[in-house]
Design a protein around this ligand. Structure first.
Ligand SMILES: [Zn+2]
Length: 187
């Protein structure tokens, strides 16, 4: 399942099977849930990060259509339409609604969801090791012309260990390019 600005959820209110992974949580309610496959992979990844002494939390997992609608409307109100569109998905277009995506944070860090997160140990660890657990950094630096979003060092997408490792090995920056899909800079 690939979701971007040209590939909405179908149906728009799609809801995956959801479970709560046993990982350090910085969120509660639906945001602490992932689909079962992603949850198991997240448990392995967070355990490895913890073992490496890296402070990494699950900051946001699943997000329902209704939650995304409210979050996006709030950002449009605060930032204006153009700015909000490159940092937040419209409802029905968010990878968080699939259950395959999660945002990592750091418990002792003010940079969660901020550009400065890229300089944290959690972001460095994820960039170097997430693929070994099946995750990719889905919105890399300067790839907004393909992904439709500015760099998010915290947003990881599960695609499986084999595919994630292959993407990194071949230096393919985006899932769109890896799968031969059209770029999705805008809706
Ligand atoms: Zn995210």
């Amino acid at each position: 399942m690939v979701v971007n600005k040209r590939r909405p959820l179908q149906p728009a209110d799609f809801t995956p099977d959801l479970v709560r992974p046993s990982v350090p949580l910085a969120t509660s309610g639906e945001g602490s849930l992932l689909n079962p496959t992603t949850a198991r992979a997240a448990e392995a990844m967070f355990a490895a990060a913890t073992a490496a002494g890296v402070d990494m939390t699950l900051a946001s997992g699943y997000r329902s259509y209704a939650t995304q609608a409210a979050a996006h409307a709030q950002l449009v109100a605060v930032q204006g339409q153009d700015a909000a569109e490159v940092t937040s998905a419209r409802p029905g277009y968010s990878e968080h609604q699939t259950g395959w995506a999660l945002d990592v944070g750091a418990a002792d860090d003010a940079c969660t969801f901020q550009p400065c997160f890229m300089d944290t140990p959690a972001a460095h660890w994820a960039a170097a090791h997430a693929h070994a657990y099946g995750f990719i950094v889905r919105y890399p630096w300067m790839q907004q012309g393909t992904t439709g979003y500015y760099y998010e060092s915290w947003h990881l997408r599960f695609i499986g260990i084999e595919a994630a490792t292959d993407m990194v090995r071949r230096g393919v920056p985006t899932l769109e390019e890896y799968l031969g899909l059209p770029a999705a800079p805008t809706y």
